[in-house]
Design a protein around this ligand. Sequence first.
Ligand code: FE2
Length: 473
Amino acid sequence: MKSLTFPYGVGFRSLESETRAPAPLRIEGALPAWLQGMLLRTGPAKFEVGDRTYNHWFDGLAMLHRFAFAKGAVTYASRFLEGNAFNAAERTDKISYAEFTTDPCRTLFGRVAAWFDPKFTDNCCVNVMDYGGKIVAFTETMLPMRFEPDTLATLGVLAYDKALSGQVSTAHAHYDVSRKRHYNYIVSFGHHSVYRLIAVSDSGAQELVAEIPVDRPSYMHSFAMTEHNLVLVEFPIVVSALELKFSGKPFIQNYRWLPERGLKFHIVEKDSGKVTTNAHSDPCFAFHHVNAYEGANGLAIDMVAYDDASIIDQLYLARLRAGTPITATGTLTRFHAPLNGDAVTRETLAPIAIELPRINYEAHAGRPYRYVWGAGIETEGDFLDSIVKIDLGLRRIARWYRKGLYPGEPVFVAAPGAMAEDEGVLLSIVLDVEKDRSLLLVLDAANLQELARAEAPHPIPFHFHGNYFAGAN
Ligand SMILES: [Fe+2]
């Protein structure tokens, strides 16, 4: 591998070794005594297989990470997710499954044949959630993988009902506390492509909520949920199902940026499955919806919006490993969508770069809210180098920044019996480039003061998402 000469490059280096037996970590500061549970995360960790390297940050083979908290102490463990994509790579020393931007080793004939005998990847390197009563790692195919939270052992695919068929889904299902069910969406590509909105209850029961026909499906990494509605926002990065089938190109390279399509909002009532509103706005792209809620004059839909989809290209591994500055940045943006179908209006909520946004989800998902936390960029052109808190009430921004430390997604954990929306802590995995280690950082979510940090045994490659699961260890 080429040497990495810029500070954060180590975050894109493969991590080959697992830490199966939980390793106690030395803590600087003090963990809140009430923190009893675990932070489970997933992310790409192995980028080389045989003589090939995956093309993109999103393609690497998934590793599960577990930080377990008990009685003021914390341990770290990690293990590769042993699905078909990982096992085949290990067995053959070849990339064997198609990922976001990387196709497997195959002949020209094989490229076409692969579609007729599709081997969808189960490389769940995007998110971890409690889904239908199981702990599950997700990627964007229909193959979420169950795993055992204490040992991180892979258990197998959480199967979808045949009636909910499709090829692509999201790793960002929503949970509706009052209905006790998750919502997600699926894309079924074909002569008549459709989006399917689905529900998965705590008992595991699955149900179709709505079907929306679509000519050219959009790439949507997440969607929005309010108290009574689900909202699909179609970004103008779209694909022809036929091209996807026959082009022989890796998945996302079949999608085209067609800004003249603008944004299309499909608002669907959760309980009736009726599409009540179709609305339009000017083009933009987003990976992450932040929150949405029902106001007096329609829906407020907040997302981290980019001018276009060029951010996808800026995250190719070779660029990241070469230290090429990322010039596309996302800002917290609110779309006001009137329910009568009038034009959607747009408002920038905070004029700073933010990604990997989190909220106090348990108390405020789908409802009015005040605070957004995320990873930010303090130094222009740098990778995510700070943690930000945006106060939407006072329109204030707070930032935690330490030179040489590169934080990942800050996961909000509410304090027991919390009264205030921001009463709790943030848990973030941070790369310390000088020490060549990652650390678990614990911040007071209200004022971003550091409460504790605990050094992991090695650097943990930059990754995406995970969640905190309360309970005794
Ligand atoms: Fe994501």
